[in-house]
Design a protein around this ligand. Structure first.
Ligand SMILES: [Zn+2]
Ligand SMILES: [Zn+2]
Length: 273
């Protein structure tokens, strides 16, 4: 059994009720945070998971909205663990430089805490691993494949398998064969999605710019159909999903995908297996 909890369904278009993009995946004793948008640790706390108990942080890409709270995850992990427990961070190439820059920005804080606490003698311990494809974690098994969010690259999706259940986290991407393959036969596909029909009408070219590198609801649903997944979970709603609109989003997805479609508020929980 794998539990998927949407720890943030928002986007750079701020909605006070939605944390930034992030998903928590609980597989047995393991807890993986996938992306770490704005406010994510507050949502993870509401789901009963703290930074200290994370098995790893997985990053689909380095767009700011997906890593806003990287410093928070790193420092909260650091100050709430009492024996040094390195935080594995797995992301695409470029992740190491971003983590190093984040640690550099935290240098004053790190020096204050080391000076002040007798039992903190080392800076935050992180282990960064960069991948474009292949197996990145053994138990539970996690594999990654490249996605297509160009000109943002490289970007990756994750597949987590445990106890006969499987969950794929697509991140931001347009439809691509590598994602289709990674998601093939999965129980759950978590996919970010935008309402192209609404975004197209916004009188701002800057906002319409996002149309060419995200999947619409229909495209995410078509990916789910091609991959033959059981359940499509939509997240990272642009524009923000408002109460009463859920059926519109479901109808757009249902035009392409006959399986179960889940969407909603932060802390929505969906179980595989
Ligand atoms: Zn992105
Ligand atoms: Zn995004």
């Amino acid at each position: 059994m794998i539990d998927v909890i949407l720890t943030g369904t928002g986007s750079p278009m701020i909605d006070q009720n939605r944390a930034g993009p992030s998903t928590l995946v609980i597989a047995g004793d393991s807890r993986f945070l996938v992306d770490c948008g704005r406010g994510v640790l507050m949502r993870a706390a509401a789901a009963g998971v703290g930074a200290a108990s994370l098995s790893a942080l997985l990053l689909t890409h380095l767009h700011s909205d997906h890593i806003t709270d990287l410093g928070d995850v790193i420092t909260t992990r650091w100050v709430t663990t009492f024996t040094p427990t390195p935080l594995p961070i797995i992301g695409p190439p470029g992740t190491k430089a971003v983590v190093e820059a984040t640690l550099a920005a935290l240098a004053p804080d790190i020096s204050y805490r080391i000076a002040h606490h007798a039992d903190i003698n080392e800076p935050p311990a992180v282990q960064v691993h960069e991948y474009r494809s292949g197996t990145v974690w053994e138990s539970p098994r996690i594999t990654v494949a490249p996605t297509d969010h160009r000109p943002v690259e490289p970007t990756i999706a994750f597949r987590i398998e445990h106890d006969g259940a499987s969950v794929v986290l697509a991140g931001d991407t347009v439809p691509c064969s590598t994602l289709d393959e990674l998601a093939s036969g999965a129980n759950i596909l978590v996919h970010t999605a935008i309402r192209k029909d609404l975004v197209e009408q916004v009188p701002s070219q800057r906002l319409r710019d996002i149309l060419d590198y995200h999947s619409s609801v229909e495209q995410a649903a078509a990916t789910a159909a091609r991959a033959g997944v059981d359940t499509l979970v939509l997240t990272h709603y642009v524009p923000p999903l408002t109460a009463g609109q859920e059926d519109q989003w479901r109808a757009l997805a249902a035009a392409e995908f006959t399986g179960r479609v889940e969407l909603g508020d932060d802390l929505l929980r969906v179980t595989a297996g």
